[in-house]
Design a protein around this ligand. Sequence first.
Ligand code: ATP
Length: 355
Amino acid sequence: MTEPVRIQGLCKAFDNLDDPAKPVLAVNQVNLDINEGELVTLLGPSGCGKTTLLRMVAGFEEPTEGDIFFGDRRMNNVPPNRRDATMVFQSYAIFPHLSIFENVAFGLRLKSQSRKKIEKHVTEVLAMTGLSGMANRSPTQLSGGQQQRVALARAIVMEPRVLLFDEPLSNLDAKLRDQMRIEIRELQQRLGITSLYVTHDQVEAMSISDRIVVMRGGVVEQVGTPREIYSQPANRFVAEFIGRANFITAKVGEANTVDLAGARIALDAPIAASPGDSVTLLVRPEVVTLSPTEGIINGTVRRVMFLGNLTEYLIEVPGTDPWLVELSGPEAPTFTAGDTVRLSLPPSSIHVLAE
Ligand code: ATP
């Protein structure tokens, strides 16, 4: 039923009202394969082109160049309602004058299915989305989370080949967002529907996706699993966009070593630079440990912030920008501002960034 999606050389140029000579290239030569049953997220800052890309897959926007395939079928000229792709919107797009049952049944009625079949199918989908017992309610009597469930039910009842999500959780409060993203992910995996999901929330992208596509200025910067994107970001932009990061300038030494802040560290992975070159190292705050005496780099605690599940330290290190360090767990030592400390970091956790 579901199908892989292939996006090839996709571009979208919009007219630029401010400067007609320079069209806005919202999506620029994007290639992307979404495997059958996979959930892929488009992630990036406002204006990076993720909504435009999603809308082209849905058929709401016509590509300027490039192709979109569902399975073997080229979709470019297929109207949205013939693509078998359904979209879950941020704004729910629910009919307020229809009951929940009728909202979910709406698309099936347009397909002229029998009453009995509709009844059975809608009841099943209401159960799947946690809406059993609410069939006869008006959407106006629902909470935001329940309305989003109705929007989800409306999309999956159509048994689409591709599910599209346009920032579906943006209107919900933080706690409900956490809960709904688990529900969406569980349902998507249970049904195995190929899905494309747009968000600008990196935590949401990390928690819901099989793979993430990080975009900037219409261009794909990196495609990878959440783990790959986090620990091996393609460049500084990706590293900064996902999670917190220290960028430490170091000098490449002989035999795969780097010199930083007075310490020489032998890296696990080969360095794509020559001895004497300057490189930027990505060091995530949670990979660094602090000790009063043991370590390879000297530092002084400048600021301490206790955040409950972790304590965040800003450490002054001679010769580099201050380091952000996060310590957590019951065994973590505690320090106060002004303490001198020694820093350690496992070589396997250091990632050399491509400039
Ligand atoms: P956001 O998270 O803010 O929704 P986005 O990553 O989804 O951002 P898009 O909405 O795809 O970004 O917009 C990409 C670029 O294309 C932006 O520069 C935007 O101003 C421009 N753009 C989008 N739609 C149109 C349009 N209909 N006409 C002209 N320019 C547009």
